[in-house]
Design a protein around this ligand. Structure first.
Ligand code: SAM
Length: 251
């Protein structure tokens, strides 16, 4: 059945007030007709069976769905690559299972993000979450300088460094006994689960991190790690790092 992400504010009593864009998507793209059913997801882990009724939808019943979320809360901190490269970063990392994405403006970042970009990335995250049947839509924060992102450190924090003799991320993840941080924004939501450990992964831009950035990250508790001997593109590196974390934690 077709799924649609709905903002919590659109739920009113047993109705969902659809935006013009959602009405267009349901009727023109998905070709649903009056009375057809679809799944409404609030992005916080709740799903409902809903019935299309004009510019609204009636909520029929809650749906208990299998949990598709990882038992680890991953925050990706990624420097903005050139062009539209961040679109792919958002799409792939949402599919793999991140809970938050922090776009970084680093010393060697070439792109100055326009305001429309953030909205576009959030739309891509919604689409990718729907497509990959996730319970939640990852949060995409406003772009921040790397120094600011360091203050968002999690239980365990890794900075991916392309050259040098850092240990492989895979080996660092073998000891997974760090505890959960306990900050759950919504006690009714299944995700983020306060029992789950939280991990931050930082990926640099095309030109790599400056030495000052790496040093500052290490001083803030980030462990430098390798993703292997090949130099990965700024768009590929997040996917490799997140796949390693997902593989280490997925049960
Ligand atoms: N020109 C940069 C250099 O020589 O260091 C390469 C930057 S790479 C295109 C972009 C980012 O991806 C790096 O800053 C790093 O975070 C990550 N990365 C790429 N390959 C990596 C690897 N083999 N190990 C760890 N991180 C890697």
């Amino acid at each position: 059945m077709q799924r649609l992400a709905i903002a919590p504010s659109q739920f009113q009593n047993q109705q969902i007030i659809l935006t013009a864009e959602q009405q267009h998507y349901l009727s023109r793209v998905l070709r649903l007709r009056e009375g057809d059913r679809f799944i409404a997801m609030d992005g916080l882990g709740h799903w409902w069976l809903a019935k299309l009724e004009g510019n609204q939808a009636q909520i029929l019943e809650p749906i208990l769905q299998p949990n598709t979320e990882l038992p680890v809360a991953i925050t990706l901190m990624a420097a903005l690559p050139k062009g539209n490269g961040f679109d792919e970063v958002v799409r792939y990392s949402t599919e793999v299972g991140v809970v938050a994405i922090v776009p970084l403006v680093s010393d060697r970042t070439l792109l100055n993000p326009s305001t429309g970009k953030l909205e576009r990335w959030r739309r891509i995250a919604i689409e990718a979450a729907e497509q990959s049947e996730r319970q939640i839509v990852p949060t995409i924060l406003d772009p921040v300088p790397f120094a600011t992102a360091l203050s968002l450190a999690k239980d365990k924090n890794y900075i991916c460094v392309a050259r040098g003799d850092s240990p492989h991320l895979r080996d660092c993840l073998q000891n997974k006994d760090f505890a959960g941080s306990g900050d759950s924004p919504n006690p009714e939501s299944r995700i983020p689960n306060p029992q789950h450990p939280s991990i931050a992964i930082a990926i640099g831009p095309e030109g790599g991190w400056t030495a000052a950035e790496t040093e500052k990250a290490i001083a803030s508790g980030f462990q430098p790690v390798s993703l292997g001997r090949r130099i990965l593109r700024a768009v590929t590196a997040p996917l490799v790092a997140l796949s390693l974390v997902a593989a280490a934690f997925e049960d």
